[in-house]
Design a protein around this ligand. Structure first.
Ligand SMILES: [Zn+2]
Length: 281
């Protein structure tokens, strides 16, 4: 999406299978063309995309949810894989060109790309010049989850790495329900998926876009109730989702989804069966 002020690019680390034990494995996207013919898909795993967002206003560059971080570490066992750095490279941006990193929440599939292990085996911020943003409630909740056998699938945290950001004063803890990162880019706390979960709203005059984080992880979840296996407080998530989608529909907003497989972005519309659908921009 392009407005007078902003260019929004959806990045992609590819398609993955998420297994019941919380592990991720890269999958061949060809398997998605005939999911019904693939008996293993969906039985022991679910398929999902990992699609961070890049927002630029010509002056400031913002990354939202820097992904799994595969291949970032020195001597990583993941070769030739897409990650936030290879993604940014496509747009001629280096890690040092990023000014702000928004973390909708701290689950590792969203936040692990925040840091990497360098050739001295020390943790470093992936974006050396950036300020990172997380909600204070998210941080506090994540701390209570360490060494716990949590109930949600894929809900691991990598807090040791994130401590490095705290030690370097790079992690800003948001205490408000709404927080403006740069003019026109606002974080809205929704809770639900996790207590401090936030979404991103981008506004330029009449044009509006939303990055939904895990409140609405895919286009399929627009009309699907939240599942207790993946959402901590389903009632809260339902309420937040209802309010935000109603507003987004009125605003003719463009929606971006982090985990979609098929349609990753589009303008929110309602079909004849009163269901939310995505129109092409
Ligand atoms: Zn999550």
């Amino acid at each position: 999406m392009k407005t007078d002020k902003f260019t929004i690019e959806q990045l992609s680390e590819g398609f993955f299978e998420l297994f019941e034990d919380g592990t991720f494995k890269k999958m061949n996207p060809k398997r998605l063309s005939n999911p019904m013919d693939d008996p293993t898909l969906g039985r022991y795993s679910s398929a999902l995309g990992i699609d961070p967002l890049l927002i630029t206003n010509g002056d400031q560059n913002i990354v939202v949810d820097p992904g799994l971080g595969w291949g970032l570490d020195h001597k990583s066992r993941y070769d030739n894989t897409s990650n936030i750095i290879t993604n940014l490279n496509v747009f001629g941006l280096r890690p040092q060109d990023i000014h702000h990193v928004i973390l909708t929440h701290l689950h590792f599939d969203h936040a692990a790309g925040s840091t990497f292990v360098n050739d001295q085996f020390k943790t470093e911020a992936t974006f050396p010049n950036a300020m990172y943003y997380v909600h204070k409630e998210e941080w506090e909740y994540a701390l209570t989850q360490i060494e716990k056998n949590h109930d949600l699938i894929g809900a691991d945290y990598r807090m040791d790495e994130l401590y490095k950001l705290v030690a370097e004063n790079r992690l800003h803890f948001i205490e408000e329900d709404e927080f403006t990162v740069v003019q026109g880019v606002k974080l809205i706390k929704t809770g639900g998926h996790t207590p401090g979960h936030m979404i991103v709203k981008i506004t330029d005059e009449e044009k509006v876009a939303y990055f939904m984080g895990d409140l609405v992880p895919t286009e399929f979840h627009l009309n699907q109730p939240s599942h207790p296996q993946t959402v901590l407080d389903t009632a809260k998530a339902h309420q937040a989702k209802k309010l935000i989608l109603r507003k987004a529909y009125q605003e003719k907003a463009i929606m971006y989804f982090y985990h979609s497989l098929y349609k990753k972005t589009g303008q929110l519309a309602i079909d004849e069966k009163r269901r939310y659908v995505l129109k092409d921009e």
